[in-house]
Design a protein around this ligand. Structure first.
Ligand SMILES: [Ca+2]
Ligand SMILES: [Ca+2]
Length: 213
């Protein structure tokens, strides 16, 4: 048994050494022929600017009392120049001002408006009980949009304010809107589009600086 085992081991080691040798030769040959084209490809890819894909909405109202304190975000709409509406599809960052009320889940800002459905009408109505997130007077959220934000598009925030909820008009609360290539709330590349009140705040994208990796 023992001599046989030793023989098998020796054969195995010899085979491994041989294969290793061949592999080294092969990889040397590959790297010498492929290194140059790879470098050229990388350079041409970085020449394309990063996509603006993120919207940050800040609550500028300072309102910290009442049932749903602060700006009440129902939806964020990327109004493409071609005429299509694209919605926020993921929350990347979220911070409340004061943490009170029933409507503090940021996923309520995703998708199509469901609180102020007739936001483009002359007398919009709203559901003041559900379908939005209240930012608490000084909070913010960062959302990922379903398509890239480009010059010529508009970004609209649907905020539950200035609409009839059945018991009166919902309070107007100011929000600030910014877009960026990065979801990081404090990144260097936020571009302010403007600020204003609900229920339908649509801001044109006039200029977007190119940002490279
Ligand atoms: Ca509110
Ligand atoms: Ca909603």
């Amino acid at each position: 048994m023992k001599p046989n085992l030793l023989l098998v081991l020796m054969v195995a080691i010899a085979t491994l050494g041989f294969v290793g040798c061949e592999f080294d030769e092969g990889s040397d040959g590959d790297s010498s022929t492929t290194t140059q084209p790879d470098v050229t490809n990388d350079e041409s890819e970085t020449a394309v600017g990063m996509e603006y894909r993120y919207v940050r909405v800040d609550d500028m109202s300072g309102i910290i009392t009442g049932q749903d304190p602060g700006a009440d975000i129902d939806a964020i709409i990327l109004e493409k120049a071609a005429g299509t509406d694209v919605y926020a599809d993921k929350i990347e960052a979220f911070q409340l001002g004061v943490d009170v009320g029933d409507n503090i889940d940021p996923v309520d800002a995703l998708g199509a408006p469901d609180s102020v459905v007739d936001f483009k009408g002359s007398a919009p109505t709203c559901n003041a009980d559900a379908g939005f997130v209240s930012l608490g007077g000084s909070g913010y959220l960062v959302a990922h949009m379903g398509e890239a934000i480009e010059v010529g598009d508009s970004v609209a925030v649907i905020e539950v304010g200035g609409c009839d909820y059945g018991g009166g008009m919902a309070k107007l609360e100011v929000v600030k809107v910014q877009v960026s290539v990065s979801a990081e709330p404090e990144n260097q590349h936020w571009v302010a589009l403007g600020q204003g009140e609900g229920p339908y705040l649509s801001l044109s994208v006039i200029t977007l600086p190119e940002v490279f990796n």
